[in-house]
Write a protein that binds this ligand. Structure first.
Ligand code: ZN
Length: 343
């Protein structure tokens, strides 16, 4: 990016109420068949328009065509049985009914390539596409075949790499892997989590990002956050190894969180998507609040590597709130951009 402080969002944005139940995770679709296909495409275009009206620089599909950031990808794979479900604890935090791995996993066909092509056709701006990371995928499943989290993660990494190469080929500029699980399973992250992520980006020429957050603003996550104490130092466990990895950009949570900003020093040299918008509250930040977070981040991130962003996806928020937050992000970044250029 030539523009200083290019803005983007971490992932999902609210869907229109005619497409899916608002403010709900895993919300069922309200349309069917061809109407659903058309509806998803319309929602993608609307979501792009919202981002453009707010002046967001790196745009995305807002995950309008998927029900959930992990599940929708897994639905397209062989070897996973969605009828045969088990209750597991996701990220050691909340119980969910998840599908079972019953045989070798493989990708039947491209999952998101047509959606990415549609987004590419709508804009000349840089586009970012999110995929689940290997470790977060295995954490959203019950494995009755490989019986090894590591083995399954390597298999998913290969599949993700195939998908990522196709996304790159249709013109995606940044491919982001969502790895909230990196904030929980530190030993595994350092043993094989980052290695499997590097397998997923092998051979890519476009930019790559990893998004590591404290989750959507849902109750299970906000309850968990209350147990983390006054200083959240989880990033400290994984940043040293990530700093040495081939990943270009690290997307993290800052606004209203208890993450000590100085931990960003541990990834000095990487581009950093700094979460300057809290997704766990309906209160809309003022541009000045966003600017204050970005100014603090500038102590630890070089200006040409700072990408203002949201803490996480905004799907659980009312649409108007999300729109207000996009406007605030844009306006806050502009305040700091002007300050930097005036120096
Ligand atoms: Zn997130």
């Amino acid at each position: 990016m030539k523009k200083l402080l290019p803005t983007s969002t971490a992932g999902s944005l609210p869907k229109p109420s005619w497409l899916a139940q608002p403010e709900t995770l895993w919300s069922p679709w309200k349309l069917q068949g061809q109407e659903l296909i058309d509806g998803k495409q319309d929602a993608l275009r609307l979501c792009l328009d919202d981002q453009q009206q707010a002046g967001i620089d790196i745009v995305s599909d807002g995950e309008q065509t998927r029900q959930h950031f992990v599940t929708t990808f897994i639905e397209h794979l062989n070897g996973v049985d969605f009828e045969n479900r088990e209750i597991v604890k996701i990220r050691n935090r909340y119980e969910a009914s998840v599908p079972t791995v019953v045989g070798p996993v493989s990708r039947q066909k491209s999952v998101f390539v047509e959606d990415a092509r549609l987004l590419r056709q709508q804009t000349t701006q840089p586009i970012k596409w999110a995929l689940p990371g290997p470790m977060t995928m295995i954490d959203t499943l019950y494995d009755n075949h490989y019986k090894s989290r590591e083995k399954l993660a390597w298999e998913f990494a290969k599949i993700l790499n195939e998908e990522a190469k196709e996304l790159e080929a249709v013109g995606v500029d940044i491919i982001q892997f969502d790895e909230p699980a990196f904030n929980v399973f530190f030993d595994e992250v350092n043993d094989w989590g980052i290695a499997t992520l590097e397998r997923a980006i092998e051979g890519l020429k476009c930019e790559t990002a990893v998004h590591i957050c404290y989750g959507y603003g849902i109750k299970a996550n906000t309850d968990w956050k209350k147990t983390l104490g006054t200083e959240w130092r989880q990033y400290e466990e994984i940043f040293p190894k990530l700093q040495k990895s081939n990943i270009d950009i690290i997307s993290l949570e800052c606004q209203n969180s208890h993450v000590p900003m100085e931990l960003m020093e541990l990834i000095r040299g990487k581009k950093v998507m700094v979460g300057a918008i809290d997704v766990a509250t309906n209160a809309i930040e003022t541009p000045e609040e966003v600017a204050a977070t970005l100014r603090k981040a500038l102590q630890f991130v070089d200006a040409d590597k700072l990408y203002p962003c949201t803490n996480c996806g905004m799907i659980p928020l009312p649409r108007g709130v999300a729109k207000g937050k996009l406007d605030a992000l844009s306006a806050g970044a502009e305040i700091v951009r002007k300050e930097l250029l005036a120096k």
